[in-house]
Design a protein around this ligand. Sequence first.
Ligand SMILES: Cc1cc2nc3c(=O)[nH]c(=O)nc-3n(C[C@H](O)[C@H](O)[C@H](O)COP(=O)(O)OP(=O)(O)OC[C@H]3O[C@@H](n4cnc5c(N)ncnc54)[C@H](O)[C@@H]3O)c2cc1C
Length: 371
Amino acid sequence: MAVRTAVVVGGGIAGLAAAVALDRRGWRVTVLERAPAFTDVGAGLSLWPNALHALDALGLGDAVAALGAVQTGGGVRSRGGRWLSRTRNAEVIRRFGWPLTVVHRADLVRTLADALPASALRSGCEVVKVRPDGVVAHGGRFFAADLVVGADGVRSVVRGTLPRHTGCTAWRAITPPLELDTPGAVLWGRGERIGFTALPGNRFYLFAAATAPATTAASAAAAGLRHRFAEWPDPIPRLLASVDDSDVLCHDVYDVPPLDSYVRGNAVLLGDAAHAMDPMLGQGACQALEDAVTLAVCLDGADLATALARYDRERRPRTQAVAHRAARLGAVARWRSPVATALRDLAAWSVPAGVTLRSMAPVLSWRPPRA
Ligand SMILES: Cc1cc2nc3c(=O)[nH]c(=O)nc-3n(C[C@H](O)[C@H](O)[C@H](O)COP(=O)(O)OP(=O)(O)OC[C@H]3O[C@@H](n4cnc5c(N)ncnc54)[C@H](O)[C@@H]3O)c2cc1C
């Protein structure tokens, strides 16, 4: 049988994971990445059990888990520092098979890239167009393949429609090693939230978000973060003081309104290109990993049209439901009214931890589909 070929546009988490999944099934894969190297921004990433099950299906679950920090617990605290809700990771493992694990993004991207033959990886290749016949154009050259995987992120050329500003700006940073004996948490304020989780080597991943216009990132990187959160409860001031301005990443956050289809002829959308979502749920990359594994399973032994139709049927409702949930939660976290936020905090405090975790089961209990 002739070797099937795929060109993957975008070498982020979605594109590399899809490339690994297809390569392991005998496809000849080429990943075109516009950046000069296969790497990711200097920030952390929460991988929930569904993501680790997907990585396991790629044979990389243990390798990635070993690079991350397993959180003992964590949860949500109020602006004043009071615990509103706590999650125990032992319970996450018991229910869903893997713990919540936080990794450095660059470590995950490197692990995925290392799982591919070097000949599959082409950096410095910006795709400018995907023609309706599926031919991919970059730098005056053209690539034809049986399958085009559009994994080029929130501003996807393959998708060809504009993303939408979520109304929030996010900050991220990784601290140097620190002595801190507080479990990770997210603190909810009025229109603002800030959180931290442990990373290996006593470092911490610090993340924050605030209701802000789409022009904020250009003007308010590190100064905006310090200005907003300097007076928040311990250990936030200590974490903020430990990071250099140049290590603070600031982005206005965009999502993708629900699409009618993830398939465009012989091209298929994965990850943020298909369903960029509010980061509140920590599920964007987790869903991208699910997409990659599902796509490869759908393509097993099926003709392209049938396989892509199945992929769309399996992934679109699920990812759009997760994105909807993330958007709802993000909107609640952005509330500013003192009354509404007080009621929100009271509701979070009064729901037992087991109930909160059970409510996450539809998201976290995903398993790879059968061929
Ligand atoms: C503040 C914040 C925090 C988050 N936290 C989490 C979390 O804790 N857990 C989680 O699961 N998710 C999280 N997410 C979501 C997660 O970052 C994304 O869902 C994930 O990175 C999507 O991966 P991707 O490969 O689809 O897209 P991207 O990571 O955007 O990768 C796309 C790649 O395509 C390349 N590219 C783009 N255009 C072209 C082109 N024309 N030609 C060639 N290459 C191109 C880009 O350079 C890039 O390498 C967070 C998001 C934000 C904004």
